[in-house]
Ligand binder design. Structure first.
Ligand code: SAH
Length: 228
């Protein structure tokens, strides 16, 4: 045995194969379905989604579906991450609030595209794992906190963008209050079976709402969401 250590691979074993799967995911699931923002496409070409799921699910990480991440929660389908991120219209200068960190995958995509990301997750074990994954990948512009995200993150407000990745019965009031003037929020609004992706803008203090595609998310559980 020569004692030569193998080079450390920060993207994990199989990195090259996963990179090809990622490229295919972007072409087949995002570009072909009309995601056009080049910054969003590049970010999703870059972030190693397979490292945000447990090892046994890694080979399915680039499939066209959500996957379980424990605690009855899921990592969102790649297309859903793409469309929500595109709807946020990020330029790189924004301070973003995310509610529902989950695996931290969407958080990483936001971290690639914004100045700073504050993310709130109500389940401590998920928050801890997401924090560890994001740290291992070298993200330094992300803060993950365990709390009921329907209250937002008052100490860090206002936010230029807010993304909620759990289904809400309505637009939680504290989140609109913490949205900066000219800011945008994207969230699924509806019942617990299905929702509509909703874009909320704050224009001269007033709420302007437009709707996009239908979607299915796990419940937003909290004071301004659903009861647990
Ligand atoms: N973007 C995540 C989605 C995870 S699923 C990903 O792709 O991995 C939605 C997450 O929202 C779950 O982890 C759930 O625990 C969390 N959640 C639900 N209600 C919440 C609340 N009130 N505050 C913060 N997180 C919440």
């Amino acid at each position: 045995m020569l004692g030569i250590p193998l080079p450390r691979d920060p993207m994990g074993p199989g990195a090259a194969r996963y990179a090809r799967e990622r490229e295919r995911m972007v072409e087949e699931q995002l570009v072909r379905r009309g995601i056009t923002d080049p910054r969003v496409l590049d970010a999703m070409r870059k972030v190693p989604r397979h490292l945000f799921v447990e090892e046994a699910l890694r080979d399915r990480a680039y499939g066209d579906y959500p996957l379980p991440i424990g605690e009855g929660q899921t990592i969102s389908q790649p297309y859903m991450v793409g469309i929500m991120t595109q709807l946020l219209q990020l330029t790189g200068r924004e301070k973003v609030l995310e509610i529902g960190t989950g695996s931290g995958y969407q958080t990483a995509v936001l971290a690639e595209l914004a100045r700073r990301v504050c993310s709130v997750e109500r389940i401590p074990s998920l928050a801890a794992r997401a924090r560890a994954t994001l740290e291992a990948l070298g993200y330094t512009n992300v803060w993950v906190r365990t709390a009921d995200g329907t209250f937002g993150w008052p100490d860090e407000a206002p936010f230029d963008r807010i993304l909620v990745s759990a289904a809400s019965p309505s637009v939680p009031e504290p989140l609109f209050e913490q949205l900066a003037e000219g800011g945008r929020m994207v969230l699924p609004v509806g019942d617990t079976v299905s929702q509509i992706l909703t874009v909320v803008e704050r224009i001269e203090g007033e709420m302007r709402t437009t709707v996009d595609a239908g979607c299915v998310f796990v419940k937003l559980i909290g004071k301004y969401g659903w009861e647990g």
